[in-house]
Design a protein around this ligand. Structure first.
Ligand code: FPP
Length: 251
């Protein structure tokens, strides 16, 4: 059975005050463009600093004992951006993955990509395959990079796959747990805490299925300025909350 859906909360997700660390944090990286504009820089400069912030936050998450960090790096809608910006983002991804291959074993960071990788360049696909192969040999902290990812597209893809399996007699009754196994996130606990920096108050098609009982944290800080201290604030806010998963407060 899958480890996630609201039915099987992570260790931090028992009914009542969480107190414990979130096991899985997800982040909508936002505000790179505005950060650059404020400084009279091209938007791509904001993305480059955004990657550095991501590295800092991933390392910090690992060090404080978070098990999973899921990051929204490129959405199914981001292709609508100017060609030069898309190319710059793809270039940053290549560079990041290339460096990750060199260091992930030493850093103890596993990587998995969530999203439709088919339209990505052959070079990126190769790098992704390589990082996933290395990750298979590793244990512990895992980063999920959402690339060409959309929550609705993920649900439609899962429904199609389920329909195929149903037709071939591989599966019968559909349950929430069974359906979860068709998501990119199969085997990963639902995010306990989802952070959106930059002051935008929307979900933007991120982890629609998995976020059913996630706690949200919004901040005006732009992603390139996001720091370990900001993450601490988000975690402190999370720890004070009472997660009930539809039930009532436990005594
Ligand atoms: C959001 O800021 C950022 C993006 C849509 C792209 C971010 C992707 C990267 C930095 C590529 C590499 C990523 C990793 C993790 C290796 P925005 O441009 O929407 O900001 P704005 O709302 O201020 O315009």
């Amino acid at each position: 059975m899958g480890l996630f859906t609201g039915k099987k909360p992570s260790k931090a997700g028992k009914t009542g005050n969480t107190a414990a660390l979130p096991r899985h944090i997800a982040i909508i990286m936002d505000g790179n463009g505005r950060w650059a504009k404020k400084r009279g820089l091209p938007r791509t400069a904001g993305h480059a600093v955004g990657v550095e912030t991501f590295r800092t936050i991933a390392t910090y998450c690992k060090n404080i004992g978070i098990d999973y960090l899921t990051i929204y790096a490129f959405s199914t809608e981001n292709w609508k951006r100017p060609k030069e910006e898309v190319e710059a983002i793809m270039g940053l991804l290549e560079k990041y993955l290339y460096e990750a291959i060199e260091k992930m074993e030493k850093d103890g960071i596993r990587l998995r990509v969530m999203g439709d990788t088919a339209p990505l360049s052959e070079k990126l696909k190769k790098l992704i395959a390589e990082t996933e192969m290395i990750s298979d040999r590793l244990n512990g902290f895992q980063v999920n990079l959402c690339l060409n990812y959309g929550g609705r597209a993920e649900i439609v893809r899962a429904a199609q796959k389920y329909a195929e399996d149903y037709k071939s007699g591989k599966v019968s009754r559909l349950t929430e747990e069974a359906f979860s196994e068709y998501m990119y996130s199969a085997g990963i606990p639902d995010p306990d805490l989802i952070i959106r920096p930059s002051g935008e108050l929307r979900f933007s098609n991120f982890l629609l299925w998995q976020s059913a009982y996630s706690e949200y944290y919004f901040t005006d800080v732009l992603w390139p300025d996001f720091s370990e201290k900001e993450l601490d604030k988000a975690i402190e806010s999370y720890k004070k909350r009472s997660r009930r998963f539809g039930a009532i407060e436990s005594k």
